[in-house]
Design a protein around this ligand. Structure first.
Ligand code: G3P
Length: 496
């Protein structure tokens, strides 16, 4: 149970504490933030509403702790991360329970998220030992006009304090994908979890606490974005921001100072289906890609662009699978569960109504109860409909029929987003050409878009983000290069 057993110390009455200076604390604000269960639409948990003064203290502690951490041997940092990963996996049940209650993630997927997170932390520890244990050695005589009088030694050093802001849909996994690279690289870490998902994140942080990381190295502040959001992202002590979420990221990047940013801000991932595609494979991937976690994934298939000649057949196959999707509460492991909030459900409904008014074909009847929206496939969507361009973050998927591959590529590239896309064809040569033409960070050939496995590079073009993630890229991004040049009085050439 959440807040029980080894997690008892993170709870005070009915409010979860925040984590600072190696301790679980109550905020001096005396205020709390309610977390509404998307299924019941009632307050399920409460977290501390931290104040700006508390953020200042956290930043001071993070700065001090980082100085010592940077001097902690790499193998020791890795050892602590492995320990945290093991504790996290051991306590997957209560953490998964929080995910079920806070964000209505189906119970099985919630457990998978925690296990995947433990694996990510361990892999990150191993990768860090490999890539941070090596630097470069350069000699000067490779550049014109130079003798071999200079030896340059480069290494990767920490940035300082990393601010991590993960989104509601993976509050544990997308938090550790920022925490683990930051720590292995010698940084300290301040986490601001999403409000929905905060309690799962606090439990995850407790696993790091139990692993024995030094005081102040990791902190987790909860509270209202309006109170501490800008204060955190514009804080002078922050040396790097890793953010995943919506277009708030664009305003963060405009306000942040001269610091490295890593941002993933959503997508409108297109699925281009050619005439020779295996339509059963496509239909299975549209269901998995479009409807898993009720479409609330940045990498969900968000528009199907299918060649007219195979469109009827594909739509029939997808329809046959949509009726089999179970709809209901996350506790019962239903495929489709309530979307995260009422405002999200209202937004999705707005897109559906716009498509209806403009003449899209409804393959199922539109149905909604509270935050629960039944899966809906919209055929014959045209570019003048909002759903053709906007990201519903819900179980509603538009199908646009195309007359040529070029039309599909054009639609994909006309989007503001450029996260991922996919193409289905048996012709690998065509697939490569289409992949090259699609302006997205990743193109999947014959499979739905997805971030994982978590060590693969993950990046968005255009409004989908800045920088590349994935374990190796995140470690590199959270370091800077330092050079030391040894100047010799006379050229020296190594003899064999
Ligand atoms: O931010 C990425 C997330 O929304 C999707 O991740 O693992 O479901 O592809 P994944």
């Amino acid at each position: 149970m959440a807040g029980n057993g080894i997690f008892a110390e993170i709870l005070d009455g009915d409010v979860f504490k925040y984590y600072a200076d190696g301790e679980w604390k109550k905020s001096n604000s005396g205020k709390s933030v309610p977390i509404v269960n998307p299924t019941t639409r009632r307050t399920h948990y409460k977290v501390q509403a931290c104040s700006q003064e508390e953020v200042n203290k956290v930043m001071e502690a993070a700065k001090a702790a980082q100085k010592l951490w940077a001097k902690t041997p790499l193998w020791k940092r890795a050892e602590l991360l492995h320990k945290a990963a093991a504790i996290l996996k051991e306590h997957k049940a209560p953490i998964a329970e929080c995910l079920v209650k806070e964000i209505a993630k189906p119970a099985k997927d919630a457990v998978t998220e925690v296990i995947r997170s433990g694996d990510l932390v361990s892999y990150c520890a191993e990768e860090g030992v490999r890539i941070l244990g090596e630097g470069k050695f350069l000699v000067s005589d490779s550049f014109p006009g130079n003798e071999r009088t200079k030896y340059c030694l480069t290494s990767k050093i920490p940035l300082g304090v990393v601010l991590a802001i993960p989104p509601f849909n993976y509050p544990v996994n997308l938090a550790v994908s920022k925490i683990a690279p930051a720590l292995i690289a010698g940084n300290s870490l301040v986490l601001k979890p999403p409000t929905q998902g905060a309690v799962a994140a606090l439990h995850m942080v407790h696993c790091f606490h139990l692993a024995g990381f030094p005081k102040g190295l990791i902190s987790c502040v909860t509270g209202k974005g309006s109170e501490i959001g800008d204060f955190l992202t514009m804080h002078p002590a922050v040396n790097c921001i890793s953010f995943t979420g919506g277009d708030t990221g664009i305003s963060i990047s405009k306000k942040a100072g001269m610091i490295p940013l890593q941002m993933e801000l959503g997508g409108k991932d297109a699925c281009i289906v050619l005439e020779d595609a295996d339509l059963d494979l496509v239909a299975a991937n549209i269901i998995k890609g479009g409807f898993s976690y009720s479409g609330q994934r940045c990498t969900a298939v968000k528009v199907v662009l299918v060649m007219e000649s195979v469109a009827d057949s594909l739509v029939e196959k997808v329809k046959a699978k949509v009726v089999k999707l179970t709809v209901g509460p996350p506790e019962e492991n239903c495929d489709i569960t309530p979307v995260v909030s009422e405002s999200s459900a209202n937004f999705i409904e707005g897109l559906v109504m716009d498509a209806k008014q403009k003449g899209a074909t409804f393959c199922q009847e539109y149905r909604r109860e509270g935050n629960l929206i039944w899966p809906l496939l919209l055929d014959n969507v045209r570019p003048d409909m909002r759903i053709a361009w906007e990201e519903p973050f819900g179980p509603v998927l538009p199908v646009i029929r195309i007359g040529s591959v070029e039309e599909g590529i054009h639609h994909c590239n006309a989007s503001n987003f450029g996260l991922q896309g996919c193409v289905f064809t048996k012709d690998i040569n065509k697939a490569m050409l289409i992949s090259d033409a699609m302006e997205t960070g990743t193109v999947q050939i014959n499979s739905a878009p997805a971030r994982g496995p978590d060590h693969f590079p993950f990046q968005g073009f255009k409004d989908s983000g800045i920088g590349s993630q994935g374990i190796t890229n995140s470690i590199n991004m959270m370091t800077k290069v330092k050079s030391t040049v040894i100047n010799l009085p006379s050229p020296s050439y190594t003899m064999g």
